[in-house]
Write a protein of this length. Sequence first.
Length: 458
Amino acid sequence: MKKLLFISLIVLLLPMNIRAAQDFPFAASICVNKATALIQNEKIDQAIIVLEEFAQKGSGVDKEVAARKGYDHFYIDFLLGNCFLMLDQKADEKAFVKKAAQAYERAVGKKPTLSAGWLNLAKCRYELMQMEKAAKAFIRGYETGDEKKPANLYYASVCHTLADNFEPALLVFENLMAAHPGEVLLEWKQTLVNIYFSLAKYKQALPWIQELAEKCTGEQKKKWQEILLYQYLTLKMDQKALDYAKLLTRIDPFEPKWWKALTHIYLGKDKLEQGLVSLMIYSFITPLSRQETNLMADLYMGCNIPLTAARQYEKWIDQAFGQTTGQTADQTADQAPDQITDAVVDKICKIANAYRAGSEPGSALEWIEKGLAMKTDPDLLRTKADLLFQKKKYTLAFHTYEQLTQFEKQKGVGFLMMGYSAWNEDKTTKAFKAFTAASKYQKYKKEAQKALAHLQLL
């Protein structure tokens, strides 16, 4: 929020003809003229001494004399505040801002309608991080000014916001829009959206986000377009989100984030084909991350295009190896990095299954061997054994299913398929033994007993 507001300490001066007014004492006028001359010659320290010494004279006389001489005149305090701010601009010490604030406080205490005093006080409070006091001072500066400047209400709203007082911030902003409907700047409306968000009033913020997304330019426009699209999704305005994402891809087709958003919207609606098309276009604009490559592969599988899915999974593997060692997945297993993860083996399983679904068992087996060289994985062993069984390589299948029985969760199916593999090789003793072992597992008991019954009839 601090980036939304920059209040420079520009000193507001009162009109020079104030000293010609009948209520401006002669002695005070002489003091002000002397101080002003020193200020113009950049002798700020000396101007402060002149003003403070003049004001100090009022402490030794009665109020009537002080008023007649102007020792306690508001303009002395106001000008003193200005001097302290000028010192602050040179020395950059908050101590001077504090002294300026005290001087302005005295000035507006003596003359509550002093708009310039309130506004300078507001800026001091802002610099001192006293946001609530700053907000109130900005409002008083606005209310007492001959010209009602909308910026002062805007600053008040922002100060409330910086103090985490969002309800008052919203109330002030609403007053601003009611009093100056045609003067609210576009950049100010960004603050209004932030206030609504802080109050979790997302629907109320929506019209302003729509305006910002439409009227902003450059990167700001893209930022608000993205926020608007996200809000449509958050507010369950699914059709609005879909229509807007489509619009964004038409008006800015080379921005990858719109195609990525459209992909996820389609996937949220279980429209896999449209999601795949959007992701493909996205991939033409920008390189896919590993996560995006995996998503594309999954979509190809979901759309029953297994061989293309396999190639995408292979890209994922190459990305994984390339990011860790600079090697590719086609290099030998003994060159594989030590930090091969379960995720890599999982992708190899998916590659094997994709080639298997695409009627390329040879390619599937090649990848399985690569995976098993990295890690003895039960899913890989199961897929390898099934492929060998389908290719009628029953002896090899038997030994692979036997390896599978090393894993507790795979014992039942491993023994059952060992039985079928041995049976197909007419090795009835081995088959009988394997089916007997399989019958001890509830899930496979019925099928194993049926097989044993057939074997006993031979």
